[in-house]
Design a protein around this ligand. Structure first.
Ligand SMILES: [Mg+2]
Length: 378
């Protein structure tokens, strides 16, 4: 059904999809590589959606895939894109439903909704631009800046000296927290790296660790106990992402907050995590759960349960969403996506600052165009 009432003030006239391969400067390893489940990561597959309207507005959104899945996201997006033409771009919730029904046979989580995420985010960008507001302000911001922490300097392929240098650089550049990867086969190595970083950055900078789902329940209990003395900001993904009960047991047993949720691939999966009490800090990822429309549902539920929020990756989107969350959140700093955009977020005083630019406040760079491997336009 297409909206045709008197409240319709604009229509979608064009969609452009781009599949962009973003190379990483070095091959990245976390605990999933050390356990042999995945290969080191060398690139990120980006899916950009640009939506244009009769009134001359344009929205930009993106989704992404690490390791496999990028070509599948692009192919699914290309199939469902024609359903948007002629629609009112302001009817974002209805259009999300329309797109998910168009691909209903492949389900309502994972790759199908990640393809929809690129459109959904572009529609929110377009709506905020129509209002002349940064997206956070359109949603209803609680703050104009958000605490941020760096992750990209703390991977497991990096020797401890490099991790320490990167941590010091991050803090000097105005970033407020440091997260390092753990899940080394020898627990003593994890503890030594955490102790070294704590000593380097001092007690005044928040330190977090991330095990990327690679401990079993007994190992996670032992490691959570051993980490208690470091007063960590949180312990992330100590267990398999879908072990909600195991995460809930850890959250109840230890003082250090348990954070998880980045791997969940729909708002519905977050409902299960949150209702199970599986996280002190919820880590949804807007592209992964199907876009901003779905992310807002996760935010509402997390808030109702008085939980903390620390969105995963994609800081260009999440700075806006985190700014609209009632409790002081954290946004994850990765510089990986910087070459894809002409504009960059300002970081100072431990926080990432919103700009006054309308929408997400990003435009796709010439470099991103040069890295485009496939394109589709209607
Ligand atoms: Mg993580």
């Amino acid at each position: 059904m297409t909206a045709t009432g008197p409240a319709t003030v604009d229509r979608i006239t064009g969609v452009r999809l781009s599949s962009v391969t973003l190379p990483l400067p070095t091959a990245i390893s976390d605990a999933k590589v050390l356990t042999g489940r995945q290969q080191p990561m060398t690139e990120v597959a980006m899916l950009f959606a640009e939506i244009t309207s009769e009134a001359g507005l344009e929205g930009v959104g993106f989704s992404y895939s690490k390791r496999a899945g990028g070509p599948g996201q692009f192919a699914h997006a290309r199939e469902i894109a024609p359903a948007l033409i002629g629609e009112d771009p302001s009817d974002i919730a209805r259009l999300w439903d329309k797109l998910v029904w168009a691909g209903a046979s492949v389900g309502r989580s994972g790759l199908s909704v990640q393809a929809i995420a690129a459109f959904d985010i572009a529609l929110w960008d377009l709506k905020a631009k129509r209002a002349g507001l940064p997206l956070a302000k359109l949603l209803g911001a609680h703050r104009d800046s958000v605490r941020c922490y760096n992750t990209s300097g703390g991977f497991l392929h990096a020797p401890v000296e490099e991790v320490l240098d990167r941590a010091a650089e991050s803090v000097a550049s105005g970033i407020g927290g440091i997260k390092i990867k753990v899940g080394h086969p020898d627990p003593a190595t994890d503890l030594a790296r955490v102790a070294a970083v704590r000593e380097k950055i001092g007690d005044g900078v928040t330190l977090m660790v991330d095990a990327n789902q690679q401990w079993d329940r007994p190992a996670a209990r032992r490691m959570c106990r051993a980490f208690e003395r470091f007063d960590l900001g949180w312990i992330e993904e100590p267990l398999d992402a879908y072990d909600f009960e195991g995460h809930a047991q850890l959250a109840a047993a230890f003082d250090t907050p348990i954070a998880t949720g980045e791997m969940l691939a729909s708002a519905g999966e977050h409902v299960q995590l949150i209702t199970a009490g599986g996280a002190d800090i919820v880590q949804p990822d807007a592209p992964r759960v199907g876009g901003i429309t779905q992310f807002l549902k996760v935010m509402a539920l997390a808030d109702a349960r008085h939980l903390q929020l620390a969105p995963h990756f994609a800081m260009e989107i999440h700075v806006h969403l985190a700014a609209a969350y009632p409790r002081e959140p954290w946004v994850e700093h990765f510089e990986w996506l910087d070459p894809l955009f002409d504009e960059h977020l300002e970081i100072a005083g431990g926080r990432m600052h919103l700009s006054a630019r309308p929408g997400l406040g990003v435009t796709i760079s010439e470099q991103a165009r040069a890295w485009t491997v496939e394109e589709f336009r209607i």
